[in-house]
Ligand binder design. Structure first.
Ligand code: GDP
Ligand code: IMO
Ligand code: MG
Length: 430
C-alpha cells in the first residue's frame, strides 16, 4: 500500500498545497513532517480560497486524518487560530493528531528569530520571523520544549528555565532587549495543555498501524529541496530537512516503507528571502512572471523573486529526493510568451557546469546557459488532457521531462482544484 512522499523541488511555493489537495481524495492520512508555520499553502476549492500554514493541506478533505508528526515545530497559538478559522468555515478538524515528540515554538524563539535577523543586517537570511530556526536550534542543543512537556509542569518549568539562561543573556547583553520571564512563559504554554490533550498521540505508532492496515498515507513536505538545511543553498535555507529523507526521520516511518516520491516543480522558478538564484530575472520578464503568477508570499506577503526554469536544479532534486514523479505546476502562467528560455547548465568563471556545482561560492557566481523554446498564445486553463494542450506547450513539457530526471505525471494549468492534467497514476505504488 502506498506511503507517498510529496516535496517541493525548488525554493518553495511550487503548489504543494494544491497537489496534496488533488491527491487527498485517494488518501487516508496526510502527515506534515517538517517545518512549521513558515509554510504557506494556498488551496482553491470552488469559490473558496484557503491559506494553510501549520496544518497539512489534506485537512480540507473530509475523511482524511491529518497528522502533525515529530519533525514539525508547533506554534500553539497559530495551531488554534488555524483550527478555529477552518471550523468557522465548516471544515471538520476533529481528527487531527499531534506528535507528543514535536517541538514547540515558544514566544522566546520568535523573539530571537526576529532580533537575530535584525542584527544580521545585510547578511540577514530573510526568514519568515516565525521562530523556526531558533526552535530547531534548541532541539539540536537539547534545550527544546516538546509537546509532551506540557503535561508535566515541573519538567516544563525546569526546561524553560534552562533554555532561558542563555537566551536572556543574549537578549539583554548582546541585543539590548528585555529579559523574558520564566513564569509568564510557563503559564502561557500550560494554558494550551488541556486543549491539545485529545489530539496528542504516538503518531509514529499510529502511522505504522495505518500502513500495516493497508491505508494510504501521504507525507507532505513544507518548504523545498533548495531550502533543505543539508541539501539546499546553506545558509540561505530553512532549519529542517524538507527533502524526502526528512519524511522518515520526521515521522518515525522507516525508509523501506515509502513507495513513491512526488516532487512539485513550477514551470519557472521563484524564491522568497535571500540567497543565490542563478535564473533570477530583474527585467520585464520577471515582472511578467510575478504579476501573471501572483507571486507574492502566502505567509509574509513578500514579492517572490522570479526566474526561468532551472533544469540542473530539477535534476538535483530528482537525485536528492529519489523522485518517481514530478507534478509540473503553473504552466498556464507562461502563456503569451513568444519564447521560453530554460536554463540547461551553468557557466562559472568560464567553465561549464552541467550539474549543480559542489561549491556554494561557485553557485553564487553561476550564470545560466539558456536554450530557447517556442511559446504558445492559446489559453490552456481549460485543458484537461495532454492532447488538448497546444503543440508548443506539449513540446515544452516533454522537453522538461527529458532534462529533469523523472516523468511528469501531472500538469497544473490554473489555481483551481480541477485545473490539472493527469498523465500517470502517481499512487499506484512500487
Ligand atoms: P506551496 O507552498 O508549495 O503549497 O505553494 P503556495 O500555495 O505558496 O503557492 C502556489 C500558488 O500557486 C498558490 O497561490 C496556488 O493557488 C497557485 N497554483 C498552484 N498550482 C497552480 C497552477 O497550475 N496554475 C496557477 N496559475 N496557479 C497555481
Ligand atoms: P512553503 O512550504 C518559500 C524561506 C524564507 C527564508 C528561509 C528561512 O510555502 O513552500 P525560515 O522562516 O524558515 O527560517 O526562513 O526560508 N522559506 C520559504 N520560502 N516557501 C516556504 O514554504 C518557505 N518557508 C521558509 O523566506 O528565505
Ligand atoms: Mg508556499
Amino acid at each position: 500500500m502506498p506511503a507517498v512522499v510529496l516535496v517541493g523541488a525548488q525554493w518553495g511555493d511550487e503548489g504543494k498545497g494544491k497537489a496534496t489537495d488533488l491527491l487527498a481524495e485517494h488518501i487516508d492520512y496526510v502527515v506534515k513532517f517538517n517545518g512549521g508555520n513558515n509554510a504557506g499553502h494556498t488551496v482553491v476549492i470552488g469559490n473558496e480560497k484557503y491559506a494553510l500554514h501549520l496544518l497539512p493541506s489534506g485537512i480540507l478533505t473530509p475523511g482524511v486524518t491529518p497528522v502533525i508528526s515529530n519533525g514539525v515545530v508547533v506554534d500553539l497559538a497559530v495551531l488554534f487560530q488555524e483550527l478555529e478559522a477552518l471550523n468557522a468555515r465548516g471544515i471538520d478538524t476533529s481528527r487531527l493528531r499531534l506528535s507528543a515528540n514535536a517541538h514547540i515554538i515558544t514566544p522566546y524563539n520568535v523573539t530571537v528569530d526576529k532580533t537575530s535577523e535584525r542584527f544580521l543586517g545585510k547578511r540577514a537570511i530573510g526568514t519568515t520571523g516565525r521562530g523556526i530556526g531558533p526552535t530547531y536550534a534548541d532541539k539540536i542543543n537539547r534545550v527544546g520544549i516538546r509537546v509532551q512537556d506540557l503535561f508535566d509542569e515541573s519538567i516544563l518549568r525546569q526546561k524553560v528555565e534552562a533554555a532561558l539562561v542563555a537566551k536572556n543573556n543574549l537578549l539583554t547583553k548582546v541585543y539590548n532587549r528585555a529579559a523574558i520571564k520564566v513564569d509568564e512563559t510557563v503559564a502561557e504554554l500550560l494554558s494550551y495543555a488541556e486543549r491539545i490533550r485529545p489530539m496528542v498521540a504516538d503518531t509514529a505508532f499510529e502511522l505504522h498501524e495505518a500502513i500495516e492496515a493497508g491505508k494510504t498515507v501521504l507525507f507532505e513536505g513544507g518548504q523545498a529541496t533548495m531550502l533543505d538545511v543539508d541539501h539546499g543553498t546553506y545558509p540561505f535555507v530553512t532549519s529542517s530537512n524538507a527533502t524526502a529523507g526528512g519524511a522518515s526521520t520526521g515521522s518515525g516511518i522507516g525508509p523501506g516503507l515509502f513507495t513513491t516520491v512526488i516532487a512539485i516543480v513550477k514551470a519557472y522558478t521563484t524564491r522568497v528571502g535571500s540567497g543565490p538564484f542563478p535564473t533570477e530575472l530583474f527585467d520585464d520578464n520577471g515582472e511578467f512572471l510575478r504579476a501573471t503568477g501572483h507571486e507574492y508570499g502566502t505567509t509574509t506577503g513578500r514579492p517572490r523573486r522570479c526566474g526561468w526554469y532551472d533544469a540542473p536544479i530539477a535534476r538535483y532534486s530528482a537525485r536528492i529526493n529519489g523522485v518517481t514523479d514530478f507534478v509540473l505546476t503553473k504552466l498556464d502562467v507562461l502563456t503569451g510568451l513568444k519564447e521560453i528560455p530554460v536554463c540547461v547548465a551553468y557557466e562559472v568563471d568560464g567553465k561549464r557546469f552541467d550539474e549543480m556545482p559542489v561549491s556554494q561560492s561557485d553557485f553564487h557566481h553561476a550564470k545560466p546557459i539558456y536554450e530557447n523554446f517556442p511559446g504558445w498564445s492559446e489559453d490552456i486553463s481549460g485543458c484537461r488532457t495532454f492532447d488538448e494542450l497546444p503543440k508548443n506547450a506539449q513540446d515544452y513539457v516533454l522537453m522538461l521531462e527529458r532534462i529533469s530526471g523523472a516523468r511528469i505525471s501531472a500538469i497544473g494549468v490554473g489555481p483551481a482544484r480541477e485545473a490539472i492534467i493527469v498523465r500517470h497514476d502517481m499512487l499506484a505504488g512500487k
